[in-house]
Write a protein that binds this ligand. Structure first.
Ligand code: AMP
Length: 492
């Protein structure tokens, strides 16, 4: 069993002066423990008890991390929701999760209350916290107790509530701290959203478990990141952060002089960005793979070859296998369904036992991602099960075609989808964004790909777009692209 998140917090707070958040007015672990105690008392005063859900829909701020820890202290289930969701979208979480309380920005409090939920605005809540006691007698917790429910981003189908236990979070934090060699001397740049597993758990728990500190920024801006980088030892980001920083001339090796590790995840990092980052900064980005349901699954090595286009090997204690359509385990090099087992894998979907059962096979969680493990153990992700294009009866993995397209001069980004086709069933279609100043010609792109890809993999159409539909984590919303292009070949 792993050390519980709160036991870790208590241990770190025992060292006076140990800094949790840097910046103008540093916050120590002692301050953090006191603040989470006041918050836990305030939540208990509002009637929340162990097992109740607290829906938190707040703009990114330091308070959200304290709230997460306060919930863990009280045993209340933390349920963060993207602040970008409309009231109508948020209503789904209110009816599905039945939170005992919704803590929202003041401007939303009335609209949420009108949906029948007990709601409190952040201002009123922080007044209660400020007036309260820091001393809080932590009750005992079990590793299997529910810590949080995170709703899936819904890139495929309806959003489901992912139930995560305390052990899920703690085991993953311990594995990542060990693998990425976090120590108390690290300073992490926190620029990710805090309603998603990446910023909420990966970034925050690595810092907490190592007793390290963070520089907390409320949104990603190249100006702020470049200003902070000289103080930073580790940065975690989504691929879009890295490509946006590359577009800024101020990104130099000197700015990154203290950094020991750049980590990318949540969406595929293009090999071009990986290569360009190395040229520009001297650092090789470490790409890792995970999902809300499983926390982190694999990572490229800390010491050793970090291979572009791969997500590395399973974390300590985590097992990964690739299976074929009949469920048989496939040998190295063969593409199939990625399945995961370990203490990182979630408890189940909230009140969806049948859905949960469908997504497990013999105790292995079926991720819905497609991939292959090479002879040296590196996993490559080839797309989502839903993304797989079957054209004229042949399987095409979008990631393979995207990799070929990304290598072409003038291509800044690519997204490959299947579109209904009267002859082939589905046709491979490529959507491209061009680099600044570049020209892209459809016939020429298709012709050039002939050297790299078998004929059936070459896109039937190549469309140049100004931008792709993306979600908050920078993931391309392929379902949106598929919808927009459904009639491209006159078939539906
Ligand atoms: P989420 O639950 O929002 O974190 O989304 C998880 C999904 O993001 C995974 O199932 C993958 O499809 C995708 N993903 C995460 N990390 C990577 C990565 N490094 N490369 C490619 N896809 C990734």
């Amino acid at each position: 069993m792993s050390v519980d998140v709160i036991d870790r917090l208590q241990a770190m707070a025992a060292t006076p002066g140990r800094v949790w958040m840097r910046g103008g007015h540093p916050v120590t672990y002692g301050d953090l423990l006191a603040e989470t105690g006041r918050m836990a008392n305030a939540l208990a005063g509002l009637g929340l008890a162990k097992g109740d859900r607290l829906l938190v829909q707040l703009d990114k701020s330091e308070a959200v991390l304290s709230l997460y820890l306060a919930c863990l202290r009280l045993g209340v289930v933390f349920l963060p929701v993207n602040p970008g969701y409309t009231i109508a979208e948020t209503a789904h979480f209110l009816t599905d999760a039945e939170p005992a309380l919704a803590l929202v920005e003041d401007r939303r409090q009335q609209a949420i209350a009108e949906r029948g939920a007990k709601a409190i605005g952040l201002g009123a809540f922080l007044d209660l916290v400020a007036a309260g006691q820091a001393d809080f007698a932590d009750p005992a917790h079990a590793p299997e107790d529910l810590a949080a429910i995170l709703y899936t981003s819904g890139t495929t189908g309806r959003s489901k509530g992912v139930c995560l236990s305390r052990e899920n979070l703690a085991s993953n934090a311990e594995a990542l701290v060990e693998l990425w060699q976090f120590t108390e001397h690290d300073v992490l740049l926190h620029v990710l959203p805090v309603f998603h597993t990446h910023g909420l758990f990966v970034a925050t728990n690595c810092v907490l478990f190592a007793g390290a500190s963070m520089i907390f920024q409320r949104a990603f801006s190249p100006d702020a990141v470049l200003a902070a980088l000289p103080e930073v030892t580790v940065m975690m980001g989504v691929p879009t952060f890295y490509s946006r920083l590359l577009a800024d001339a101020r990104l130099t090796p000197a700015v990154c002089a203290r950094v020991r590790l750049f980590i990318s995840g949540s969406a595929p990092l293009s090999p071009a960005t990986h290569a360009e980052w190395r040229v520009r900064t001297g650092h090789t980005i470490l790409e890792r793979y995970g999902m809300t349901e499983t926390n982190m699954i694999t990572s490229n090595p800390y010491d050793g070859d970090r291979r572009a286009g791969t997500v590395g090997m399973p974390l300590p204690g985590v097992k990964v296998r690739i299976t074929g359509p009949d469920g048989a385990v496939l040998p190295a090099g063969e593409a199939g369904s990625i399945e995961v087992m370990g203490p990182n894998v979630f408890v189940g979907y909230w009140r969806m036992p049948e859905q949960t059962a469908r997504e497990f096979r013999d105790g292995w969680f079926v991720t819905g991602d497609l991939g292959a493990i090479d002879a040296e153990g590196y996993l490559s992700i080839l797309g989502r099960a839903k993304d797989l294009v079957i054209t004229g009866g042949l399987n095409v993995y979008p990631a393979e075609v995207e990799a070929a397209l990304d290598d072409l001069p003038g291509v800044a980004a690519s997204a490959v989808i299947g579109v209904a086709h009267p002859d082939f069933g589905e046709a491979v279609v490529a959507c491209l964004i061009r680099s600044a100043g570049a020209e892209l010609d459809e016939a020429e792109v298709r012709h050039t790909l002939r050297d790299r890809l078998a004929g059936f993999k070459i896109p039937k159409r190549v469309l140049v777009m100004a931008e792709f539909p993306r979600n908050a984590m920078g993931k391309v919303q392929k379902a949106e692209l598929r919808k927009a292009l459904a009639g491209l070949f006159g078939a539906n």
